[in-house]
Design a protein. Structure first.
Lengths: 114, 112
């Protein structure tokens, strides 16, 4: 099993550009999450999904969108990139509720917006 | 006030020594508690869950103090490979889903 994979690993965007961060898991997990991690801060939940076709906002959803058309994939879309979105983005998945079950993280995408 | 607070460190620990650190949480209704480990520029990985009665996993011991709303992690016989940032993670809500709240982490540096 590859676990949770994310692409790209690194990206530099100009202000106003858009991009999609890809996330795929091969563990047949229902729950998937997107977090961002800023220096010196804890991970913040952006969006989550409890199954294909179901998504909901987390703590910091502004400026992002997600979709969940399959169990495996959970892409994160950045529209009109801003410097405040410079961060490390982690995708995670869990088999049951994230509140009680282990979350498995992807290797992260390091995004810089200039 | 942050929902989960940790001393950022770094805790500089000689190899073979013991180190312990705490994490406080603000939501008294929190039900699940975890320690994750994060190596430099890597993804977090679950180190251990924290149970009400306290639990051990090899050289690692976790404790929960509900009355004072903190959890602790103790590392015995520290190894160089224990150098990492340790994230305190708490289930912030009492509902069945429970969005996790992550602390900013405590950095541990084990020196030869």
């Amino acid at each position: 099993n590859a676990g949770v994979t994310q692409t790209p690993k690194f990206r530099i965007l100009k202000i106003g550009q858009s991009m999609t961060l890809q996330c795929t898991q091969d563990m047949n997990h229902n729950y998937m999450y997107w977090y961002r991690q800023d220096p010196g801060m804890g991970l913040k939940l952006i969006y989550y999904s409890v199954g294909a076709g179901i998504t909901d906002k987390g703590e910091v959803p502004n400026g992002y969108n997600v979709s969940r058309s399959t169990t495996e994939d959970f892409p994160l879309r950045l529209e009109l990139a801003a410097p405040s979105q410079t961060s490390v983005y982690f995708c995670a998945s869990s088999g049951t509720s994230g509140g009680t079950d282990t979350q498995y993280f992807g290797p992260g995408t390091r995004l810089t917006v200039l | 006030r942050k929902e989960v607070e940790q001393d950022p460190g770094p805790f500089n620990v000689p190899e073979g020594a013991t180190v312990a650190f705490n994490c406080t949480y603000s939501n008294s209704a929190s039900q699940s508690f975890f320690w994750y480990r994060q190596d430099c520029r890597k993804e977090p990985k679950l180190l251990m869950s924290v149970y009400s009665s306290g639990n051990e996993d090899g050289r690692f011991t976790a404790q929960l103090n509900r009355a004072s709303q903190y959890i602790s992690l103790l590392i015995r016989d520290s190894k160089l490979s224990d150098s990492a940032t340790y994230l305190c993670v708490v289930n912030g809500k009492a509902d069945s889903w429970g969005k996790l709240q992550f602390g900013a982490g405590t950095q541990v540096v084990v020196t030869p």
